[in-house]
Design a protein. Structure first.
Lengths: 199, 199
């Protein structure tokens, strides 16, 4: 029989939901807080959605937390094709953006048209990092690896030989831009970690 | 110096966010869709939040999708202490509930009081499975392992020796209660899988 419209939508939606299962196999530079293994992008996406939910009150400008959570749930889906790009690594930015745009075309393209448009727009908003919601979303995305590093004794900071200045340049100002009290709060622990290493 | 109120809240909130990192080390019965390894509860929580976001239109009764997503992000946090209880395994239900209540006391208790109350209430609502939001949340929580089984050729169904009747009794009616079109849509694939096995 012909698929009716509900079945047609469900087929597309389940194809998308099955495809994104692959995000659980994309490995990040950061390890779990117990240092036992590297984190994957699926569990990372859950964790930072929780970060946003719990830390929303510290956003510099008021945010729509429901939009922020959706943004964070989908923010790294392109990594299924593009892989994780460690914040302390070096990359060709134009090439990386082209790969991520193609990934967004393919993966969000599995969805029915209305949902494709909605999620693509939300992902573009996150990437642009200009709206209050996106700026806060970026700040929690950036702070979670800092905390994992502080918990593990600096696993990925040591691997990438990160200096305190580099942490400020690549991470700190972005956290502070969306959640100033949060970055302020972490200063003592960060100072201690880099201080102990310098001695 | 004395911690001011913002720092005090941030300390509690970050303690909670670091504690729940452990959910990434709780293993479930289900494997990833490529069969490569068992799924953990952190990445599962991300995936079913995505299921809810994408499949909300199929809810039997209209839902507040923002509440459903929050509910699903936190629904399994108690497994940090209580472990995963496979749906096709057998358990002492009263003992399991006591362990989960104690886990909820401890883990949500890390948060500032207002957030502890809010998340605990949301988790209790999920567990009670009576509100429209909770019934839909339960249906996507139940259907995701079905799809993983269909994708992998029945990894955990074979391990637990699940019959088609058992699947209906433990899973099917709960999916259908919250999202009838979704369960209907999967019937052909389920029939094929159990049919091929019976031959
Ligand atoms: Ca679950």
């Amino acid at each position: 029989r012909m698929l009716d419209q509900t079945d047609e939508r469900l087929s597309q939606q389940l194809a998308f939901l099955t495809e994104i299962d692959k995000l659980k196999s994309v490995l990040r530079a950061t390890t779990l807080c117990d240092g036992s293994r590297r984190e994957n992008t699926g569990e990372h996406s859950w964790h930072i959605a929780m970060y946003a939910l719990i830390l929303a009150e510290h956003a510099k400008s008021p945010v729509n937390i429901d939009r922020v959570i959706k943004m964070l749930l989908i923010h790294d889906i392109v990594e299924i094709d593009a892989g994780d790009k460690p914040i302390h690594g070096s990359h060709d930015i134009a090439e990386m953006e082209a790969i991520e745009q193609a990934a967004a075309d393919r993966i969000f393209g599995l969805l029915p048209e209305d949902q494709r448009k909605e999620l693509r727009a939300l992902w573009e908003e996150f990437e642009a990092a200009e709206s209050d919601d996106a700026i806060f979303a970026k700040s929690v995305d950036r702070v979670q690896p800092v905390i994992a590093n502080l918990e593990t004794g600096g696993d990925s900071w040591l691997e990438y030989n990160v200096s305190r200045q580099q942490l400020e340049d690549r991470v700190g100002w972005k956290v502070a831009k969306g959640a100033p009290a949060l970055w302020q709060h972490l200063q003592a622990r960060i100072r201690n970690w880099f201080g102990a290493r310098a001695e």
